[in-house]
Design a protein around this ligand. Structure first.
Ligand SMILES: [Zn+2]
Ligand SMILES: [Zn+2]
Length: 357
């Protein structure tokens, strides 16, 4: 972790707002699950096999970002939909060109004659990304997922999704077909001073996400803020500005980047480096060993060394190589080492000129 443990000891909670974790091991289907701290909410990058994710965790998902629809990245769609059927939920799905056709193909694979009786409102909002615009189509479960209208067209400037506290940006990369890379960017990070919270007689709890939301919404510092805390749901009123001064420390926001399935080309490297620059965590495919570079090229994937090089060039803080080819079962450590060596080497090289100045 890049968060020094000593902060914890000083009573300052440096827990990040987003806690990304790969759903499966590096040889299994890609999916990055990103739950939000203090909230029953999550987003997910890629929808590979998600059976190892508990239904409780799947049901926290609101936004789904799919790099491309090769089967290993999209087979989890059925599992997700199965769990959300009969629930009130808006699900937002994002993918590359032809994504709408792929989602409609999945939906057309089942009979929906009984869903008109459902009283719950499940809606899918599906967006596909083109060079200069987005296309969005909506589907209501009760209507048998027949599209509510024609696709709506919106301008696209790289930002795929935005709310006050964070945004998800994308780049269209090349994997023989268009493949999206993603970065989740927190606007700024609100660190909570644990000891100060305790000093006010309060307890850590869900009220902290409301408190953070108030900061992101730029609520007036003179406004009142009610804290509901503890098992007995006790209430205490504060002036927001005063509470901020006492329990919060604002630091730069967290950045989580995800790149899966790309050709190693000048254009891809440039776009990926721009997308993942200075990320706190970069999850990047490292499918093949450098000695099998010709196979990687043929299959439009990266080698571990190439993945490490890109991560180093972008100056990411924490590299997590994954999506290893099954041919290396039992040799995952070699892929990891190759990626890490290239990463550290490139990072060192890029820092050198600065030291000599
Ligand atoms: Zn793949
Ligand atoms: Zn692929």
């Amino acid at each position: 972790m890049h968060q020094p443990a000593s902060y914890e000891n000083s009573g300052l909670t440096m827990r990040p707002s987003f806690l990304p974790r790969l759903v499966n091991g590096p040889f299994d289907d890609p999916s990055l699950y990103i739950p939000f701290l203090y909230e029953k909410r999550a987003i997910i990058f890629d929808l590979g096999d998600i059976f190892s994710l508990s239904p409780r965790n799947i049901l926290k998902i609101s936004h789904i970002f799919v790099t491309h629809t090769h089967m290993d990245h999209f087979i989890g769609f059925d599992r997700l939909l199965r769990l959300f059927l009969g629930r009130d939920q808006d699900l937002y799905l994002y993918g590359p060109k032809n994504f709408i056709k792929n989602v409609e193909g999945k939906l057309a694979g089942y009979s929906w004659d009984l869903v008109k009786n459902y009283t719950n409102l499940l809606a899918l909002h599906v967006t596909e990304v083109h060079d200069d615009h987005l296309l969005t189509k909506d589907y209501i479960c009760q209507n048998g997922f027949i599209p509510a209208s024609k696709a709506a067209k919106h301008p696209f400037n790289g930002i795929l999704y935005k709310e006050p506290s964070f945004s998800v940006v994308t780049q269209i990369l090349d994997h023989s077909i268009p493949c999206l890379g993603f970065s989740l960017k927190e606007r700024f990070h609100v660190n909570i001073l644990k000891d100060a919270v305790a000093g006010l007689g309060l307890e850590i709890g869900p009220w902290l996400s409301e408190f953070k939301q108030a900061l992101f919404d730029q609520q007036h510092p003179d406004s009142e803020f009610e804290v509901t805390y503890g098992k007995k749901q006790q209430k205490k009123m504060f002036i927001l500005g005063e509470l901020i001064k006492q329990i919060a420390l604002i630091t730069p926001g967290q950045k989580v980047s995800y790149v899966a399935d790309v050709v190693y080309s000048e254009s891809n490297i440039e776009k990926i480096v721009e997308l993942v620059k200075d990320a706190d965590h970069l999850f990047i495919e490292a499918s093949f060993l450098e000695k099998d570079r010709d196979i990687a090229e043929k299959k439009c994937h990266l080698t571990a060394r190439q993945a490490g090089f890109i991560a180093g060039k972008a100056g990411v803080k924490h590299l997590i190589p994954f999506h290893f080819s099954p041919r290396y079962q039992g040799q995952g450590h070699m892929l990891k080492k190759e990626a890490m060596d290239a990463y550290h080497h490139t990072l060192k090289q890029s820092k050198k000129p600065l030291k000599n100045v």
